[in-house]
Design a protein around this ligand. Sequence first.
Ligand SMILES: NC(=O)c1ccc[n+]([C@@H]2O[C@H](COP(=O)([O-])OP(=O)(O)OC[C@H]3O[C@@H](n4cnc5c(N)ncnc54)[C@H](OP(=O)(O)O)[C@@H]3O)[C@@H](O)[C@H]2O)c1
Length: 231
Amino acid sequence: MGQRRFLITGGSQGIGAALVRRTCAAGHGVVFTGRHADTVEAMASATGAFGLRADITVDEENALAVETCRRELGGVDVLINNVANWYDASIGALDTDAVRRLFASNVIGMVDLTNRVVPLMTEQGEGDIVNISSTSGTKGRPGGTAYAGTKWAVRGITQCWQAELRPHNIRVVSVCPSEVQTRWGDRPGRNNPNKLYADDIAQTIMAALDLPRRAFWPELAVFATNPWRED
Ligand SMILES: NC(=O)c1ccc[n+]([C@@H]2O[C@H](COP(=O)([O-])OP(=O)(O)OC[C@H]3O[C@@H](n4cnc5c(N)ncnc54)[C@H](OP(=O)(O)O)[C@@H]3O)[C@@H](O)[C@H]2O)c1
């Protein structure tokens, strides 16, 4: 893969941060987002990427993210839709406002931002969009109405965009990680060598992008080989 211009949402922590590190180390141009100025600034100064404080649920801030890519990089070649949050509760006990907020950050924000980026990609005649789903988007489970619902939605939307965008030479990929050791679920600081690390997912994404442009990987799941020993 030659030098490309990346927009990575939620690049201040976890999987997004691992991808910011990897793409910067490989010499790509990178703009990333996050909601908190302190973590955004720390990641920007550690990597040389351009960090933007922007919330995916705010349409104007998505417009600003695209404008920042135009100004700092001259455009966008690769959009990584990585932001998501978590809410679990069983049907009969759901806080429907929390469900709405979760769909706003995990689904609607991704749709709004991609809706703004796709015209740039169709105009330049190529691009890549990577949507981070989850193995939670491949099977139902108790308590999963909200989170699993959003992750199934990401996979379904990915298939719609594939149908629309392949004729424009735009590849759309969904990545479905199993459990990854991030601050996810309020369990930061884990370091179990049997379980997935954020950089394993970053490496997988780069492998998918590295295929020759005539080939694309519609969906890939990533599991740890032998994760059953608990940390
Ligand atoms: N970790 C896992 O086990 C796992 C498994 C399967 C799939 N995934 C998926 O992988 C992706 C990344 O997860 P992760 O574990 O790396 O999460 P994480 O460590 O919580 O990082 C999430 C990133 O998104 C940012 N963010 C959250 N809400 C945002 C918003 N509204 N606007 C802009 N930025 C926002 C966070 O920064 P701020 O909070 O400062 O905004 C942070 O940089 C998600 O799509 C998740 O569903 C994770």
